[in-house]
Design a protein around this ligand. Sequence first.
Ligand code: NAP
Length: 284
Amino acid sequence: MTLLITGANGRLGSQIAQRISDATLRLVDLPELDISDFDAVQRYFAVHRPSTVIHCAAWTDVDGCATDPQRAVRMNGLGTGNLAVACATVGAEMLYISTNEVFDGTRTDRPYWEYDTPNPINPYGYSKYVGEQELVRVLPRHYIVRTAWLFAHGGKNFVHSILRAVQSGKDLRVVTDEIANPTYTNDLAEAVLQLLNTKRYGTYHLVNEGQASRWEFARYILDQAGYSHTPITPITSEEWQRASRPPAHGGLMNVSANHLGITLRSWQSAVDAFLQADGNLSHD
Ligand SMILES: NC(=O)c1ccc[n+]([C@@H]2O[C@H](COP(=O)([O-])OP(=O)(O)OC[C@H]3O[C@@H](n4cnc5c(N)ncnc54)[C@H](OP(=O)(O)O)[C@@H]3O)[C@@H](O)[C@H]2O)c1
């Protein structure tokens, strides 16, 4: 078996790679392979002939995608299609990492389940949903794994942004009307590998349990890191201008994975573990 991870230098891809010691593991990222180049992907697969692909590569700059939607579709949507065709050619299965942003966020009675109907409201979500459809169209042996609000050691992430802001004395203003699931890349990486072992192809949500608004997420981080007296001004997304409009109620529930016995801890426990590993957990 040859396992290939795309986006292997990214937040999630690098975490998954760290957990695999197999000598046949192949890691790929830009500039070695641009997944939006159909011929390059075909050539790469003809040489390396993976049997399993964990596809983490994506243009994840959500606001960038909003300013160049066609590029977003080329990278995230058609790029995933290119990989799916190449997988079909060499007989490989694929696990594709998708996003909660395929949903429109209007569902308020419960978090989204796997077979609720996607309806993306921004170009990033649209491009990721194109990727899902390409994969379903081309390759039966696939997993679609939707996740949300990743925080990882290294790289840009919300936990470090909030801590850096408070440490530099900035006033904190955080939105209350964007809700999803803060998810620790370490936990997601473990769950992805468990899922791959099941051979139960299909669509899955994998997030840390529970959901929160951005404001609640930020409040929890500060409380646990010893800044419980630092105020955070609650604002609405109207007051936080950005190019992309996220789904308001974008929370996911891991219904299908739970049926397979794959569970993730609560997002609060995951934040504690992250802060502990970083040396930022307060012992007050
Ligand atoms: N981060 C989140 O909060 C979040 C939430 C939900 C879902 N997801 C999904 O989870 C997956 C992993 O996210 P992540 O946060 O680990 O992403 P990341 O840190 O941005 O890593 C993505 C990697 O893909 C590479 N890449 C971009 N375009 C490429 C192309 N055309 N060909 C080959 N490689 C390319 C990037 O290279 P460069 O850095 O050089 O561009 C980067 O190394 C993505 O599919 C993302 O859509 C992420």
